[in-house]
Ligand binder design. Structure first.
Ligand code: BF8
Ligand code: SF4
Length: 628
C-alpha cells in the first residue's frame, strides 16, 4: 500500500496509465538504498572521502582523518539540525523584512494587522505593551531582527517563550543560543574537517541549534500572526475533491505566507477576470504548510500534502501550482509538463528548471500575485475541452486552533481561569495527557497510515490530540478534524471534555478529535500551550504528561523540531528510524542519556500500534511522577 488516501490512490493509478513517474516509482528505483547512509556512517565532509565505517566491525573503523563512527554520525545529525534551523529562521527573516519594508512604506502589501497579538508578544519580550502602536511595532521589529545576530546574553525568543526551568537548564549545559545565525554558522564550522570530534559535545551543539530553531519558528509564527492575523476557528474542506472543473484551480504550495496570503487577498479582486475567461470563479487550495497557513487564516481548502504533492496535477484540472520554498519536489516540473499545469516558482532563492519563474519581492507582492493569477486564468482557458479526472473525495475540516483560539474556547467554561478545565481533567484522569502529532509524510511509510493508527489508539485512551504540518494535513484529508471523528474514536473522558468545550461554544457538539494548530513553524503554538499549563502548575515541561510524535517524518526541519521538543523536556516519538544507528553511543545518548540532562528523550518505533503503546506509557510515567 502506498497511501491510505483514496484520492491519492486514484491518482497513482492515473499516473501509471499516463506513464507519469511519481515519488513512489522513484523510491523503487532507489532500492536498495545505501546501508551506510541509513546508519549515518558515511562522511563526505572533505575530499579525502567519502569515508564510511563498517558498523559490523569487519572493515575500516575510522575515516581517513581518523574520525570514528560516533563522530561521523553525530556530525551528520547536527548538520541536519542546522539546516532545519536555517530553513525555519530563514522563513521568519523573510517575514521580518517584509513587515519592516511595509512599515517604512516601501512594501504596501504588508503592515500591522493584529495589534492585540503584537501587544501580547511585546509584553512577553519585555517591551512596554502600552506604547502607541506605531512606536511599539517598530521597536518590536528591531528586537525581532536582533534575534538573528549574536547577542551577549541568552536568546530572547528562546528564553521568553519557555519555562524558567528550561532556560536554567540550557544555561547550565551551555546550550542556550546567543543568536540564531551565529549558532547555525558555528555548526558548519564545528563539523568541518578537524574541528569538533567529540560526539557528545557535537550533540549538545545540536541541541543549541535546535533551540535556535525553536526561536526562529516562534518568530515566524509571531510575525505571520501580527501581519496577517491570528487564526481562529474556520470551517473548510480537504482533499482533491475540492477541485472544481469549471473554476480556475490554483494550488499554493510551500511554507511562507508572505506571498500566499497576498494571493488570497488579490484573488478576491480578480473573480471578474476569471469569469471573463468563462470560469465560474477562482478556486484557491493549499498544499503542505503554505496550505496550512491559508487554511488557518482564511479557510482555504487543503488539497494534499507532502509525498502526494504531484497528484493534484494528474486530475488534469489544476491550472497552476504556485510554490515558494521548502518541501517542494523538483519532480513537479516534469509532471506539470505532462499535465499542462503551470508550475510557478516565486522566490529567487528557490527556482526549478522547467517552471515559470515569477520572482516575488516584498515591494511588488500584490502586483506579482495578480500576474500569477492571470497566468492561471490563461491556463484555464487553454485547458477547456480536455477531460478532467477529479476524485470525488473530500472531508469536512474544522481548523484554526491557535493558542488564542483554544483559550478563547476554554474561557466559555471558565472565564476567570480558562486553562483550569483542562488541568482539572488531566488531574481527574478524564484526560490522560496531550500528544502533538507533527511532521511529514515519508515515502517509506504508507501515506498517513501511522498518523491515523496512532491518533485512533490514543484518542480511545483519552489523550488530547494536537496536530501541525503535514500531520494535520493527514487528519484533514481523513475527516479527523471533525466533531464526527470525536464521536467515533474518542474514549469517554476525551469525548466528555471535547463535548463540554464544544457545547459551551455553541457548536452543538464536540470539538474535533484532533486540533489543527497550523504549520510546522506553528509547533511553537503547541509549545506555548504547554508552557502556559506548566507555568500554571508551577512545574517544568519535563514533568507534564505531554508527548510529541513525528510518525512519518522526513525533513531536516523535522529533525530540528524533534530535537527542540526533546530539549524542552518532551518524550519524542519517531516513526521512521533516523540515520544514527551506526553509532551505539549517539543512539544511546538520544534515547537515554539526554533524559538525565533535559528530561526529554527519543522513542524510535516504526510500528504505529506499538508506538501508540510506548507514547501512552510515557504519559503514564509522567502522570505517576506528578502523583496522578
Ligand atoms: O514544514 S511536515 S513535509 S511541508 S517539513 Fe515539509 Fe514535513 Fe510537510 Fe511543512 Ni513540515
Ligand atoms: Fe573522511 Fe574525515 Fe574527510 Fe569525513 S572529514 S570525508 S571522515 S577524511
Amino acid at each position: 500500500m502506498k497511501s491510505r488516501d483514496k484520492a491519492v490512490n486514484q491518482m497513482i493509478k492515473a499516473a501509471g496509465e499516463r506513464e507519469v513517474e511519481t515519488v513512489w516509482d522513484r523510491y523503487q528505483t532507489q532500492q536498495p538504498q545505501c546501508g551506510f547512509g541509513e546508519l549515518g556512517v558515511c562522511c563526505r565532509n572533505c575530499t579525502q572521502g567519502p569515508c564510511r565505517i563498517n558498523p559490523y566491525g569487519d572493515g575500516p573503523d575510522h575515516g581517513v582523518c581518523g574520525a570514528n563512527a560516533d563522530t561521523i554520525v553525530a556530525r551528520n545529525l547536527v548538520r541536519a539540525i542546522a539546516a532545519g534551523a536555517a530553513a525555519h529562521s530563514g522563513h521568519a527573516r523573510h517575514l521580518a523584512h517584509a513587515l519592516k519594508k511595509g512599515l517604512a512604506g516601501k512594501a504596501p502589501a504588508y503592515g500591522l494587522k493584529d495589534e492585540a497579538k503584537l501587544r501580547a508578544l511585546a509584553a512577553r519580550v519585555g517591551l512596554d505593551p502600552e506604547l502607541p502602536a506605531e512606536e511599539l511595532v517598530n521597536k518590536f521589529m528591531d528586537m525581532a531582527l536582533e534575534q538573528f545576530a549574536e547577542g551577549e546574553g541568552p536568546l530572547k525568543w528562546a528564553q521568553s517563550f519557555l519555562t524558567g526551568g528550561c532556560g536554567e537548564t540550557f544555561e547550565r549545559l551551555g546550550t542556550m543560543p546567543t543568536g540564531i545565525d551565529n549558532t547555525i554558522v558555528e555548526m558548519l564550522h564545528r563539523t568541518h574537517l578537524g574541528v569538533d570530534a567529540d560526539p557528545v559535545n557535537l550533540l549538545l551543539a545540536g541541541v543549541s541549534c535546535a533551540i535556535a530553531d525553536y526561536a526562529g519558528s516562534h518568530l515566524a509564527t509571531d510575525l505571520a500572526d501580527i501581519m496577517f492575523g491570528t487564526p481562529g476557528p474556520v470551517f473548510s474542506q480537504a482533499n482533491m475533491g475540492v477541485m472544481k472543473e469549471k473554476s480556475v484551480n490554483i494550488a499554493l504550495h510551500g511554507h511562507n505566507p508572505v506571498l500566499s496570503d497576498i494571493i488570497v487577498q488579490e484573488a478576491r479582486e480578480m473573480e471578474e477576470e476569471a469569469r471573463g475567461a468563462g470560469a465560474e470563479g477562482i478556486n484557491l487550495m493549499g498544499v503542505c504548510c503554505t496550505g496550512n497557513e491559508i487554511l488557518m487564516r482564511h479557510g482555504v481548502p487543503a488539497l494534499t500534502h507532502s509525498i502526494s504533492q504531484e497528484m493534484p496535477m494528474l486530475t488534469g484540472a489544476l491550472d497552476a501550482m504556485v510554490v515558494d520554498y521548502q518541501c517542494v519536489y523538483p519532480s513537479l516540473a516534469g509532471v506539470a509538463e505532462c499535465t499542462g499545469t503551470k508550475l510557478i516558482t516565486t522566490m529567487d532563492m528557490a527556482k526549478i528548471s522547467g517552471a515559470v519563474h515569477l520572482g516575488m519581492h516584498e515591494e511588488n507582492a500584490a502586483e506579482k500575485a495578480r500576474e500569477i493569477i492571470s497566468v492561471a486564468i490563461e491556463q484555464f482557458r487553454a485547458r477547456q475541452g480536455r477531460p478532467v479526472n477529479i476524485p470525488s473525495v473530500s472531508s469536512k475540516v474544522v481548523a484554526g486552533f491557535s493558542v488564542e483560539a483554544i483559550v478563547q474556547a476554554l474561557s466559555k467554561l471558565d472565564a476567570a481561569d480558562p486553562l483550569k478545565p483542562v488541568i482539572d481533567s488531566l488531574a481527574a484522569g478524564s484526560l490522560q495527557g496531550v500528544v502533538l502529532l507533527a511532521g511529514c509524510n515519508n515515502v517509506k511509510v504508507p501515506q498517513d497510515d501511522s498518523f491515523l493508527v496512532i491518533a485512533r489508539e490514543l484518542a480511545a485512551r483519552d489523550v488530547l490530540l494536537l496536530a501541525t504540518g503535514c500531520g494535520a494535513g493527514a487528519y484533514a484529508r481523513h475527516g479527523y478534524l471533525t466533531p464526527e471523528a470525536t464521536l467515533e474514536y474518542a474514549g469517554p473522558g476525551l469525548k466528555a471534555v471535547l463535548t463540554a468545550i464544544g457545547e459551551a461554544n455553541g457548536l452543538g457538539g464536540p470539538l474535533p478529535l484532533v486540533l489543527h494548530m497550523g504549520s510546522c513553524v506553528d509547533n511553537s503554538r503547541a509549545v506555548d500551550l504547554a508552557v502556559a499549563v506548566a507555568d500554571k502548575l508551577g512545574v517544568d515541561l519535563n514533568k507534564l504528561p505531554v508527548v510529541a510524535s513525528a510518525p512519518e517524518f522526513k525533513t531536516e526541519k523535522a529533525v530540528s523540531i524533534g530535537t527542540y521538543a526533546m530539549a524542552i523536556g518532551l518524550p519524542v516519538h519517531l516513526g521512521v528510524v533516523p540515520p544514527v544507528l551506526g553509532s551505539r553511543l549517539v543512539t544511546s545518548v538520544l534515547t537515554e542519556g539526554v533524559k538525565d540532562l533535559f528530561g526529554g528523550y527519543f522513542i524510535v518505533e516504526t510500528d504505529p500500534y506499538k508506538a501508540a503503546g510506548a507514547i501512552f506509557a510515557a504519559i503514564q510515567e509522567r502522570r505517576s511522577g506528578l502523583g496522578l
